[in-house]
Design a protein around this ligand. Sequence first.
Ligand SMILES: Cc1cc2nc3c(=O)[nH]c(=O)nc-3n(C[C@H](O)[C@H](O)[C@H](O)COP(=O)(O)OP(=O)(O)OC[C@H]3O[C@@H](n4cnc5c(N)ncnc54)[C@H](O)[C@@H]3O)c2cc1C
Length: 446
Amino acid sequence: MVVLEAGPRLGGKILTGSLAGTRLELGPDAFLARVPFGVQLCRELGLDQELVSPAAGHAYLWSRGRLRRLPEGLVLGVPSDLGALARSGAVRPAALARAALDLVLPATRVEGDRSVGEIVSARFGRGLQEWLVDPLVGGIHAGRSELLSAAATAPQLDAAARSGRSLLRALRAQAADARAAAAQATGGAGAAASPVFLTHPAGLSHVVDTLAGRLAAAGAGLRTGTAVTGLSRSGAGWQLSLGDGTALDADAVILAVPAPAAAALLGPVCPEAAASLGRIEHSSVAVVSLAYRAEDVPGPLDGTGFLVPRPQGRLMTAATWMTAKWPHVSAPGQVFIRASAGRHRDERAMNMSDAEVVGGLHAELAEAMGLRRPPQESLVTRWVGAFPQYAVGHLERVDRIEAAVAGLPGLAVAGGAYRGVGIPACISSGRKAADQVAAQLPALSS
Ligand SMILES: Cc1cc2nc3c(=O)[nH]c(=O)nc-3n(C[C@H](O)[C@H](O)[C@H](O)COP(=O)(O)OP(=O)(O)OC[C@H]3O[C@@H](n4cnc5c(N)ncnc54)[C@H](O)[C@@H]3O)c2cc1C
């Protein structure tokens, strides 16, 4: 087996770096524990006992002039308890009153896929959609909730919307079912407080490096700095053209690359899949890591950070209080904050210099949190075209891509472009692709 990686290192969007002598994540900072494939891979690598969960659980919303603690019971930003939402002050009273109409409005017709924003605004009104749901769902995908497919990005919400009249009641019923299932699984002892997110304190790149070590020890070739520039049929197998002008023959190929790269490679051999992949839009994000003197940060930072709703008109989309969220991201006298800018169809940060992005985000952080002086150190990481946008109808598009590729024995696709952008979903996608081509190998080599 050979892994061909265009970049200078393995890991793709998983990238642990360092700021002011402290290791911290420049890409994803954790993975969902509930979707089992991340934990399972770490177990296979002997790393699962070392995983840690965030020290703080709750988050804030920068809303109506100040940071407001988000209430418990949000499902992707959709409230299951309007009383708790009212007490949080996160949305205006008028938006709350409109949201309560969900309980009495006639059923909304649901046919086919719809956007998350459409579902939420139909039941709760635009106030809730724009101030609560958009920052949460939109934040995960660097997207816009009014364009993101509910089936692909919020299946729980999609199911609730189809199950009855009131979305609030359907979500409450889902939560009650989940609690009952958890209680049953723990023999009636109630659901233990299991972590939602996990990470490795040495950095997620450590997980990648450990996996790479295992693969190398098992005889795999790991070739970084090797872009695949072409893919063609070669007998019963495949030929890969490489950036250095050489070629490589393979019985089977898994294209675990972003959609634009997959589209380019599939163009000559599977034009139908290539055309569908080429239609997936992408958004870009600047992740800015900042190291502040502790005395310049009024505390306490009692949460994971805060989200910034789009109507606030800010550059920043979210801020993570890294030091509060992850105790291992700490150094004496310093506070690490990570701010993000950029989302689908908002490329402002991409068109600014590093100094402008840092200055703009620091000014907004100072306004929201009362920071006293600029950061001591900063690091800008630009993730250009990194977030595939799961538009309405995305899953049907993926069905078409996979069906077209399945017509070519020994070829499979995997990664965040298809059925989930989260790390566990990407791992699952890779495993499925590997199983698929492994099952075909005996036939291919005979
Ligand atoms: C800033 C940021 C924060 C995120 N936060 C989280 C989080 O907290 N939790 C979470 O679960 N997920 C998070 N995600 C999402 C998650 O990181 C990604 O969806 C996932 O890592 C994508 O994995 P992938 O293998 O599909 O693609 P990638 O990681 O992009 O890997 C694809 C690889 O293919 C290589 N490549 C491309 N073209 C070629 C070619 N022609 N030849 C050879 N190699 C090629 C690329 O260099 C790259 O290394 C985040 C993403 C970003 C950008």
